[in-house]
Design a protein around this ligand. Structure first.
Ligand SMILES: [Zn+2]
Length: 201
C-alpha cells in the first residue's frame, strides 16, 4: 500500500470511516479535493464545522427542528393528528415524506432494538413515545421500521408494549425485501407499501 504524506493519509483515514466508503474511494475523494480551489475547500470545511451548530431536535418527535423547539411537521396544523408513523431514523421520515402519501405525524426512535450491540429500549426514544401515545388520541399507529431482524424485534416490542391501549396498529405492506433499508427504497415501492399497509392482529 502506498503511504502518502501525513496530510493526505489523515484525510483518507477520515473518509474511510464514513459508512460504505472504502480506502480506494477515500483516496479518490482526497485527490479530487487536492485539485480544488482554496475557496471551495474553505466552503467544504465550513459546511462540516457548521453541521451540528443550530441543529436541534424536535421535542415531540425527534425530527430535525432547526433553531426551533418543534419541527415543521409537528407545527403544521393541517397534518392528520390521529395517525402516528414510527420510524427508525430521520432519513426514513424523509423518504416517507417524499412519497407525499402520508399526512400524519411521526416519531423517530433513533435506532432499532439490538441487544447484541447494546441498543436496549432505554437507549431509544421509547419513553417519549409512551408518554405521547398515552396523552394524544391516535387512532392508528403505523410501524415503518426496516424489514430486517432488528426491525421485527423492535416492532414486536412496541406492539406488546401498547397492546393494552387497544390502538389500531398497522405495518407497511410486505413486498419490501427482507433485510432492505427503508431510506434506500424507491418512492413507488414505498408508496405502495404505505397504501397497502396491513393491520397487525
Ligand atoms: Zn416534530
Amino acid at each position: 500500500m502506498v503511504i502518502y504524506p501525513n496530510e493526505i493519509e489523515n484525510l483518507i483515514e477520515k473518509f474511510n470511516k464514513l459508512p460504505g466508503i472504502g480506502r480506494k474511494t477515500s483516496e479518490k475523494f482526497v485527490f479530487y479535493l487536492l485539485k480544488q480551489k482554496p475557496e471551495f475547500l474553505n466552503e467544504f470545511a465550513n459546511s462540516i464545522l457548521n453541521l451540528q451548530k443550530n441543529l436541534n431536535f424536535c421535542q415531540i418527535c425527534n425530527n430535525f427542528s432547526g433553531i426551533q423547539n418543534l419541527c415543521e411537521i409537528c407545527q403544521d396544523t393541517s397534518r392528520n393528528k390521529s395517525q402516528l408513523c414510527i420510524v427508525e431514523d430521520i432519513q426514513d421520515l424523509a423518504v416517507i415524506e417524499s412519497t407525499k402519501e402520508y399526512q400524519g405525524l411521526y416519531h423517530v426512535l433513533g435506532g432499532q432494538i439490538n441487544p447484541l450491540e447494546g441498543i436496549t429500549p432505554e437507549k431509544l426514544n421509547i419513553q417519549k413515545l409512551i408518554d405521547r401515545v398515552k396523552k394524544e388520541k391516535f387512532s392508528e399507529i403505523i410501524l415503518a421500521l426496516n424489514p430486517d431482524i432488528q426491525g421485527e424485534a423492535t416492532s414486536f416490542y412496541l406492539i406488546k408494549l401498547f397492546k393494552p391501549l387497544k390502538i389500531k396498529f398497522t405495518r407497511l405492506a410486505r413486498g419490501l425485501p427482507m433485510g432492505s433499508d427503508l431510506e434506500y427504497t424507491d418512492e413507488t415501492t414505498l408508496t405502495n407499501a404505505l397504501k397497502g399497509r396491513q393491520e397487525i392482529i
